[in-house]
Design a protein around this ligand. Structure first.
Ligand code: NAG
Ligand code: NAG
Ligand code: NAG
Ligand code: NAG
Ligand code: NAG
Ligand code: NAG
Ligand code: NAG
Length: 516
């Protein structure tokens, strides 16, 4: 099945090369005219529910929402849509759509914040939102999320696979074609650059009717349909089982995390490697940003490390702070939302901070910089930086230090210096030393997960790099390695202060503009 996926991805590359905005080269998405890598750093903006309107237009003007998207560091929105909006309801106005659902409350808010939208058809309202994003330079991936406008996704919600109650293949193809054509002219116009860069063909294929050969047939037809309607678009091909089983990870329980991350790699990550490598776009991941979400937060710690290591393109779930209508409730909060309930500011700045490294282009196929490493602490999303007194601190990943590590048993050298990372002793701050050959300067990636960076002392005991966000100091310590006891949740938690990844990077600049 996955080989087919690779082939299809390649098959579906735009072939007519008249100044395409984006294209692909091996596993990278690139800017066709210059060949430079473009990393899609997206947030999902829901617009596929019953009203068929991008959420939040009752809370803030679309232009303000677009500015917030940029301020949060995203360069892309994955905007969801329902097939029927184009094939059945294209002439419905926003006001009619909302009235039909008894959403006078939402309509009042829209009349205040986006009055121009009410008399537009739902299709033109989508264009207005894309245009608002384009004015801020935000790229858009249009995601066919469902057929019947409704909350997604369940095995038996009628939207899961070809042949389900609402999922007629012909109507789906018709929808793809209409959407691709709709953004053809605008994406060509140089003055209003409507940056619809791609269409993702369907969100989370699933359910009892799933069948790999049916999948193959329609993915190929879908890709050809889009290419025919608008050859400038990237075609994003979904996997089976809720998009290559990523979703079941959201329910991950502690002890199996490592296996599951290998599982991701086995089921999807491999796509971005080897001879037939193709870009892999992680369309949705997210956690509850308020209150307790233990499984979610453990998952995120693992997954952020993976996203950084692989430097994949991605979209976080979700932008919206609220909905017009969800499960029959008017105006509910979205606890996964990047924006707060009022769509006026960031819901959880700490969560946003955790995305900083992966918002950054870590690897650049065109870079002339030699490969270096970033010491990354995925539990907090922070990176290690050396200050001018040779102290190691965990700080925002927008300003990291560069390291070199040539494999287990070798020193970790601070790039541009003669200094190496040194384990001073249990409980003591990690330091730098010009002595790169001593035992205390030799480091290995320890534990089954290779998530711990360890130094072996004379007695064969291991000291691990550790940074504990609950300590008052931001200094990185070396401490006795906590071992992962598979039956013990507590040790899972304490071990995470010692989770570090050495992320291979070669990007020229960090976000602060320091050149390599
Ligand atoms: C990047 O590398 C490719 C392949 O070598 C080349 O065609 C392209 O022009 C390069 N792009 C830039 C911006 O240097
Ligand atoms: C919208 O209206 C036009 C003109 O009346 C009609 O041709 C078209 O079929 C309608 N579209 C839908 C989806 O109802
Ligand atoms: C929308 O259309 C209705 C009916 O044609 C009109 O009364 C109303 O003023 C219009 N609203 C806006 C904001 O243009
Ligand atoms: C999948 O679909 C193909 C072609 O439609 C059919 O021949 C095959 O029996 C199906 N497989 C399963 C497991 O249903
Ligand atoms: C949202 O706005 C309302 C009305 O202005 C205000 O009462 C409320 O505190 C705000 N909520 C948040 C989370 O900002
Ligand atoms: C980035 O880190 C360097 C080294 O510690 C420091 O001198 C510089 O002030 C930092 N820049 C910012 C903007 O934090
Ligand atoms: C080093 O730190 C001191 C005190 O924080 C500061 O005054 C000085 O400018 C720094 N030097 C460099 C080279 O960043």
């Amino acid at each position: 099945m996955y080989k087919i996926l690779v082939r299809l991805l390649i098959l579906s590359l735009p072939t007519l090369c008249c100044s395409l905005p984006l294209s692909t080269s091996s596993r990278w998405i690139i800017d066709e005219p210059t060949g430079a890598r473009v990393k899609l750093v997206c947030t999902n903006w829901a617009a596929h529910l019953e009203p068929m309107l991008a959420e939040g237009l009752n809370k803030q003007p679309a232009g303000r929402i677009a500015r917030l998207v940029v301020e949060m560091g995203f360069n892309c929105v994955r905007l969801t849509w329902a097939t029927y909006m184009f094939t059945r309801f294209a002439n419905l106005t926003v006001a009619q759509s909302l009235t039909r659902l008894g959403l006078e409350d939402a309509m009042e808010g829209i009349a205040v914040n986006n009055p121009g939208v009410l008399n537009l058809t739902v299709v033109d309202a989508q264009r207005a939102v894309v245009e608002a994003l384009a004015r801020q330079g935000v790229m858009v991936v249009l995601d066919n999320h469902v057929s019947q406008p409704m909350w997604c996704c369940g095995d038996d919600d009628g939207n899961g696979f070809f042949g389900d109650k609402y999922f007629d293949a012909e109507e789906w193809l018709q929808g793809l074609s209409i959407v691709a054509k709709l953004y053809k002219d605008t994406s060509m116009a140089c003055f209003v650059v409507m940056q619809v860069v791609g269409i993702s063909m369907r969100n989370e294929l699933r359910g009892p009717l799933q069948n790999a050969s049916v999948w193959h047939r329609y993915m190929e037809q879908g890709a050809r349909t889009i290419q025919k309607a608008n050859p400038r678009l990237l075609v994003i091909i979904p996997g089976l089982h809720y998009d290559l089983s990523f979703t079941y990870l959201k329910k991950a329980i502690t002890i199996k995390l490592q296996e599951q991350i290998s599982g991701i790699h086995w089921q999807a990550g491999f796509l971005s490697e080897g001879q037939n490598a193709a870009p892999l776009f992680v369309s949705e991941f997210g956690v509850k940003q308020v209150g307790e979400d233990r499984a979610g937060s453990l998952f995120l710690r693992c997954f952020l490390g993976y996203l950084a290591e692989m430097d994949l393109d991605w979209g976080v779930w979700a932008l919206q702070g609220s909905y017009y209508l969800k499960h029959g409730v008017h105006g509910p909060d979205e606890t996964y939302g990047m924006l707060d309930f009022n769509w006026s500011s960031v819901r959880n700045p700490q969560f946003l901070q955790r995305l900083h490294l992966i918002q950054h282009q870590i690897r650049d196929p065109n870079s002339t910089c030699p490969t270096y490493h970033i010491l990354y602490h995925p539990s907090t999303g922070l990176c290690i930086r050396v200050d001018n007194n040779s102290e190691l601190h965990a700080t925002d990943c927008r300003n990291f230090s560069r390291w070199n590590h040539n494999g287990n048993g070798n020193p970790i050298r601070l790039v541009g210096t003669e200094l190496c990372l040194l384990a001073a002793g249990d409980g003591l701050p990690a330091t730098l030393s010009p002595d790169c050959s001593s035992r205390r300067s030799k480091w290995e990636l320890a534990s089954g997960s290779e998530f711990q960076v360890a130094n072996k002392d004379g007695k064969g005991e291991h000291l691990c790099l550790e940074w504990n966000p609950t300590h008052s100091s931001s200094r990185v310590l070396t401490k006795k390695c906590v071992c992962l006891d598979e039956d013990d949740d507590e040790s899972m938690d304490s071990q995470q202060t010692q989770w570090f990844h050495l992320i291979a990077a070669n990007a020229q600049l960090n976000v602060m503009g320091e050149s390599c």
